[in-house]
Every structure is written in structure tokens, then in C-alpha cells.
Ligand binder design. Structure first.
Ligand SMILES: [Zn+2]
Length: 426
């Protein structure tokens, strides 16, 4: 069998045949001959007149340990539709790419699953190439109709980098939290830009939105789509209660430390079997997880901490009761009981004489209707909150250090409902 025939069968390149095979120090260079004579612009326009010609190489998947490069003459054409000179489209690579479609699909498939260092090492490519490839694959696969037919959406801010760098992410509740839109920033203008992009028809079709207790998204929503039911996401309500506990705990810790400093350790080794010196501030510091965690998932030691707090009639135990009382709002059997439950809780928190919870009760009172709407509609951003940890993971895998655009491309790739097919699956 001739070597070109062997490569032809092995590579099975769409729309071209192997004309030459050359072994060079940089790898195997496979020269291709195009089957069709006509030039095709990426926009779809076809012509037979070439503007100019050059030779280009594309990196293909490795052959054993050898790099494999495809080489072909590529032509440019003057496209009346695009009103400029453009490079013709080739079936084996995306426009503007220096890697083949197969290579790029493998990179994107891996990027959904593993860290960047693994990809660059496994495929012997650079970080910049990986970012470029992710961008191209997302542009090709992202559903352009994803902003159509939105009824119930969730919006949230997500920190993507240290130093208060935020993204605003919009997800579709009816497609199990698929991300449909993301942009840099977290003020009202960002969400207004989303409503602008949605258009008047899309805005009119919206029915409900879940958001946080901040004012930015509320402002944009009330201004642009006043008919939409706003719901405060349960996660943010419980988070605010947890923050109130943390504040009280720190305050109690400082108070204890002031009035009752930890005992100085006596010199020398303590006698065997003697109990450790009592340390109240430290004990308070260590109540954190017992107070914040879901009671169903507490360890025995943490349950013991709670029991001790209860026996001591500690303020922190009352904080815990208040938090759980608020969480009960989302565990009610009938949503119709929610208003009475919330009002009961507000009265309790207001009278608690714990400053952090009195303040929280005021915040919740202002947002009462929007909190109850969430219970009634059963809307929660829990999928979006899962997204938060997913984005932390993306950052951790090394995709988040460059720009907001790169992080957004990765969010679309991993959470935008994109399925990448491996070359071996086609
Ligand atoms: Zn064109």
C-alpha cells in the first residue's frame, strides 16, 4: 500500500485527499489536496474567483508520539456579503483556527472535565491556544435561540477573581439552571443590558425572576420589566441569617475575651492526666460549624456543643433557634402557611434583643413580599448556587486567571448546556 493511501484511510479528512507525506523534525507533515474547486466564505457565500493564495498548516491530533500537521493551500476571496476580503472556509478546521476541528474538540471535551495544566501537557499545546479554542468552540456551539422562550429566570452575582471582580449570571429555571447569559460586573446596568438584549417580546414573556436582597438587580428589574414577579432566593435569606449568627458569635467571643482572658499556662509540663485549662473564648470560637451547619448533618461533637449552649442558656443558642425558625419557612408543608410563619418569626426576631437579628428582621420585613413570592412559586437559585462552586472549580483548574471573557467562555462551555462530541464518537 502506498503511504499516501495509508494516511488517507487513517485520517479520513473531510473534503480533501492526502497528496504528500513528509517526515520532518517538527513532525509529520501531510499535504492535502482539496476536492472542491469553489471557494466558500464562512458566511456561506460561494465563488470561484480567488483573491490570493498561501499555504497554511493546522495541528492535528498526534500520531503516536509524533506531531501531525496538515498542510494545504488556502485562498482568500472578496466576499460581497461580508464586504471585505476573507479567508475561505475549510471543512477540517474552524475559521481562523490553527488547529483542526478534531484537535479542538478534544481540547474542549477535556476542558469541561479537567484542569488546564493537564491539557497543555497531554496535548503539548499552550495556555493561550486552549483559551482560543474554548472561545471558538463556544461560539460555534452556543445556542443562539437560548434567549427565546424564557419564563422563569434566576440572576446572581458571582465572584470570579480576588479583588471584587464579579460577573452577573442569568440562568433558566425551566432548563434546570442552564446559564443563558453572563457579563462582567454586578450593578444595575449589567442586568439592564440583559433585558435590552432580550428585547421587548422576550421581556413581556418573562413571568418570574429570583434574585438576591441587594438593590442593583431589583432596580434594573423594576425599571425594565415591572410586571415580573420578583422572588428573593431562599439561599440568600438563610445566608443573611448565618451572617447574623457569625456577627453575634464574634461579639460574644470578644466580650468573653475582654472579661475572661484565657488562663496563662503554668510553667513546665502539666502533670499527666490533668484536664486542659478552661478557655471560654476558644470554646465560643469553636461553636461556628455547630451553629451554621444543617442540624441533620451535625457530628456528635457538634451536637454536644449545641446542647452545652442550650444548658448555659447562651445567646448563641437563641441565635441558632432563630436561624432554624427562619429556615422552617422553606420546609412548610403548605405554602399558604408561609405568611403567618414569617410574621411570627419577624415578631420573635424583633423582640430577641440580639442586635444582629433585630437588624436582620428589619431587612426581611422590607423584603417580606418578595420572600413569600419565592415560597409560593417554589423558585430557588440552588442551581445557581451550585454554579458558584462550579466557577470556583473552573478558577481552581486554571481557567480564571486572565480575563472576564475567558471565564465567561468557560462558564458557557461547562454550564451552558454544550455537548462536545469527541472525534471517536462521531
Ligand atoms: Zn462572507
Amino acid at each position: 500500500m502506498r503511504v499516501t493511501t495509508a494516511f488517507n484511510r487513517m485520517l479520513a479528512i473531510l473534503g480533501a485527499t492526502v497528496a504528500t507525506v513528509e517526515f520532518t523534525p517538527t513532525g509529520i507533515v501531510v499535504g492535502l489536496r482539496r476536492r472542491r474547486r469553489k471557494l466558500r466564505c464562512p458566511c456561506g457565500y460561494e465563488t470561484s474567483a480567488a483573491y490570493d493564495r498561501s499555504v497554511r498548516r493546522w495541528r492535528h491530533l498526534d500520531l503516536g508520539v509524533c506531531r501531525l500537521l496538515l498542510e494545504c493551500e488556502i485562498r482568500r476571496l472578496r466576499c460581497p456579503r461580508c464586504e471585505r476580503v476573507r479567508t475561505e472556509e475549510v471543512p477540517w478546521a474552524r475559521p481562523g483556527a490553527r488547529h483542526t476541528r478534531d484537535f479542538e474538540d478534544v481540547v474542549a471535551w477535556l476542558a469541561q472535565r479537567t484542569d488546564k495544566t493537564t491539557i497543555t501537557k497531554l496535548l503539548r499545546t499552550s495556555w493561550e491556544s486552549v483559551s482560543g479554542i474554548v472561545g471558538r468552540v463556544v461560539t460555534e456551539h452556543l445556542d443562539t435561540g437560548r434567549l427565546e422562550g424564557l419564563y422563569r429566570i434566576g440572576v446572581d452575582e458571582i465572584s470570579y477573581r480576588k479583588g471584587h471582580r464579579y460577573l452577573t449570571v442569568v440562568a433558566d429555571h425551566d432548563r434546570s439552571g442552564t446559564v443563558v447569559w453572563a457579563a462582567e460586573g454586578k450593578d444595575h446596568k449589567v442586568l439592564e443590558a440583559f433585558y435590552d438584549e432580550l428585547g421587548p417580546d422576550g421581556c413581556a414573556a418573562l413571568q418570574a425572576i429570583s434574585l438576591d436582597m441587594g438593590s442593583a438587580y431589583e432596580k434594573a428589574t423594576s425599571k425594565q420589566v415591572p410586571h415580573v414577579v420578583q422572588c428573593i432566593d431562599p439561599f440568600h435569606v438563610v445566608k443573611a441569617a448565618n451572617e447574623a449568627i457569625d456577627k453575634t458569635r464574634r461579639w460574644a467571643w470578644n466580650a468573653e475575651r475582654g472579661s475572661n482572658p484565657p488562663m496563662k499556662r503554668p510553667r513546665g509540663r502539666p502533670p499527666k492526666g490533668s484536664p486542659p485549662p478552661p478557655n471560654r473564648p476558644r470554646a465560643i470560637k469553636h461553636t461556628r460549624w455547630a451553629l451554621l451547619k444543617d442540624p441533620a448533618r451535625l457530628s456528635d461533637a457538634q451536637l454536644e456543643v449545641l446542647h452545652t449552649l442550650r444548658r448555659e442558656r447562651s445567646e448563641l443558642y437563641r441565635c441558632w433557634q432563630l436561624k432554624e425558625g427562619l429556615r422552617d419557612l422553606y420546609r412548610l408543608r403548605h405554602p399558604r402557611d408561609a405568611p403567618a410563619h414569617l410574621d411570627w418569626w419577624l415578631a420573635w426576631a424583633c423582640r430577641s434583643r440580639i442586635p444582629a437579628f433585630v437588624k436582620l428582621s428589619q431587612t426581611i420585613r422590607t423584603n417580606r413580599d418578595r420572600i413569600l413570592a419565592a415560597v409560593e412559586l417554589g423558585l430557588s437559585n440552588s442551581k445557581l448556587e451550585g454554579l458558584n462552586s462550579k466557577i470556583r472549580l473552573i478558577n481552581h483548574r486554571g481557567y480564571g486567571h486572565h480575563s472576564a471573557a475567558a471565564v465567561i467562555a468557560m462558564i458557557y462551555l461547562c454550564c451552558g448546556g454544550i455537548t462536545v462530541q469527541l472525534p471517536t464518537e462521531r
